[in-house]
Design a protein around this ligand. Structure first.
Ligand SMILES: Nc1nc2c(c(=O)[nH]1)N[C@H]1C(S)=C(S)[C@@H](COP(=O)(O)O)O[C@H]1N2
Ligand SMILES: [Mo]
Length: 517
């Protein structure tokens, strides 16, 4: 038994080394393909399998991941993948010692799965699968050597690794790690090029700059800033690694149900009359009280001017926007042709977009959740119909249309805070409220089950931006529950009915509990 365990442990180690060989060769060549600019897809088997997994994640698992890991869900996925991979390598190693042919079959099956994942990624071509296949061949070669050297050789080496074997294993693994690092560097070069292009880009000044009006910010400590800096702005997307899109090769194609197909490049876009608009972006996955939203000043070219050049045909009712990484959003054509500030944005708070927020170009459409409108790294607009096409999240359980629901949040105090009574016994209860493209006209706060009382609103910047609010509260010591609700410009109060984010946005009043000492 003991000997069996020791042999299996040794065998598992062999599997890990073989796995390292496969991956380092595959990732090395994937990095080279990207560096040479030969790949438009995702040649890395690790990223392709991860991406394919993300795209196939059922709604319940996605919700679980977001609930458990929040915006760390990608890191969690990588850790999970590494553990699964390690397990598979160990299993293959053990098979290798006891069932050689089965081990070969297992490797071939895994490589085939990875190759299928690579081929299934957006924009992939035949060449993208080459690195995975080379990795697979290297794995088969390593397996046969391992068998000749170790399994068929002196059996005693199975139980007790010789110095030579350890050195050989260590050497192979080190070389592998070096190759992976080289592949990573190649990738790093691509992102450095894009970072340089970003640094060199100056966001154009516009004829009518937008600023936050005096009084939009109420100056209550702890409340989300009225305009959120890019580095603090929430990030949501399905991309496992941030796409690096070089402006010099960026193109946007407008096609589908249009009289006139258009393709514009970065230079052409720069020549268009730019505008600024203050718009609060909002994620449909936001839970009541959550902070998956942010307000920014966007610089861009109105999408309606682009679409006017393309001339949509009668009958079209949707625009399917697509990013370099294959994400798609289905936006009502009307929201992109009416007078709202739907922009092909190239600037965020007068800085170039960061790579995470969609450099060089993204969509921003007031009034709609991001998943149906705010495509980052956008390169394709297809004018179409809801009957014929679906955005990325629709077949995954989310509504085809996503107008933002009126909502509000208490930023301070925090939930479960203990608060010493301040000077004069005043506690500032404050936060933000939003009803994009309708506008907020009222916010009320309720203490326990008492009456709703009006909060004071910050000045309205425009109907697309959130509003801050504050309620000066004079509590006696004790424990309290505080709730908030907002009213939009249609006169409707935010509903207290509790709904999950899926399929079309959460509802319910945000409530916190506090203790006044
Ligand atoms: N390419 C791409 N664009 C995307 C997404 C995505 O997954 N991929 N997610 C959308 C969603 S769900 C939201 S809420 C916003 C978030 O934009 P931000 O990360 O800049 O805050 O981007 C949208 N644009
Ligand atoms: Mo989102």
């Amino acid at each position: 038994m003991n000997l069996f365990l020791r042999r299996s442990g040794r065998a598992a180690l062999g599997g890990v080394v073989i796995g390292a060989v496969v991956l380092s060769i595959a990732e090395l060549f994937a990095g080279l393909l990207i560096k040479m600019g030969e790949s438009k897809g995702e040649p890395s088997p690790v990223l392709a399998v991860g991406g394919a997994f993300v795209d196939r994640t059922p709604l319940w698992l996605k919700n679980f991941a977001v609930d458990t890991f929040g915006t760390n869900d990608k890191k969690a996925l990588f850790v999970g993948m590494a553990l699964v991979l390690l397990g598979l390598c160990c299993a293959i190693g053990v098979l290798l010692a006891y069932r050689f042919r089965l081990a070969l079959v297992a490797l071939v099956v895994l490589v085939a799965v990875a190759a299928a994942a690579v081929l299934s990624r957006p924009n992939s071509g035949g060449i993208d699968v080459v690195p995975t296949l080379l990795g697979g061949f290297a794995g088969l070669w390593a397996m046969s050597r391992w068998r000749r050297r170790v399994v068929d050789g002196d059996d005693s080496t199975l139980g007790r690794p010789s110095r030579r074997a350890v050195l050989a294993y260590g050497g192979v693994t080190l070389v592998g790690a070096g190759l992976v690092a080289a592949g990573g560097r190649a990738l790093g070069n691509a992102s450095r090029r894009v970072a340089e292009a970003r640094r060199a880009f100056v966001v154009p000044r516009v004829a009518a700059p937008v600023t936050a009006p005096a009084g939009a910010s109420l100056g209550v400590p702890g409340v989300t800033p009225f305009v959120v800096p890019q580095k603090d702005f929430y990030r949501i997307d399905t991309a496992l690694v941030v796409p690096q899109v070089d402006p010099s090769s960026w193109r946007l194609k407008v096609h589908g149900m249009v009289e006139h197909e258009i393709e514009i490049d970065w230079e052409t876009l720069q020549s268009k009359p730019m505008r600024e608009a203050m718009v609060t972006l909002m994620c449909v996955s936001n839970e009541v009280g959550g902070n998956l939203n942010g307000n920014a000043i966007w610089t861009g070219w109105p999408v309606r001017e682009l679409l006017a050049e393309a001339r949509p045909k009668p009958g079209a009712d949707m625009v399917l926007s697509r990013s370099t990484d294959g994400f798609t959003a289905g936006t009502p054509l009307s929201a992109l042709t009416d007078d709202r500030n739907a922009l092909l944005a190239i600037g965020m708070n007068r800085e170039p977009l960061t790579a995470t927020h969609g450099f060089p170009v993204r969509l921003v459409v007031p009034g709609l959740y991001g998943y149906v409108s705010a495509t980052k790294w956008v390169t394709d607009l297809k004018v179409t119909t809801y009957a014929d096409d679906m955005g990325y999240w629709t077949p995954r359980g989310w509504s085809a249309k996503g107008p933002v629901k009126t909502s509000s949040r208490i930023d301070v105090p925090g939930d479960e805070d203990r608060i010493p009574r301040g000077a004069g016994g005043v506690v500032a209860v404050a936060g933000v409220a939003w009803a994009q493209h309708r506008g907020i006209t009222g916010v009320q706060v309720r203490v326990n089950e008492g009456d709703w009382v009006d909060a004071r609103l910050g000045t309205e910047a425009n109907i697309d931006a959130w509003r801050q609010w504050v309620y000066e509260w004079h509590p006696k010591p004790g424990k309290y529950a505080l709730s908030v609700r907002a009213r939009d410009a249609t006169g409707a109060w935010q509903t207290g009915e509790i709904a999950n984010p899926d399929p079309d946005g959460s509802t319910g009043w945000h409530m916190i509990r506090v203790t006044i000492d």
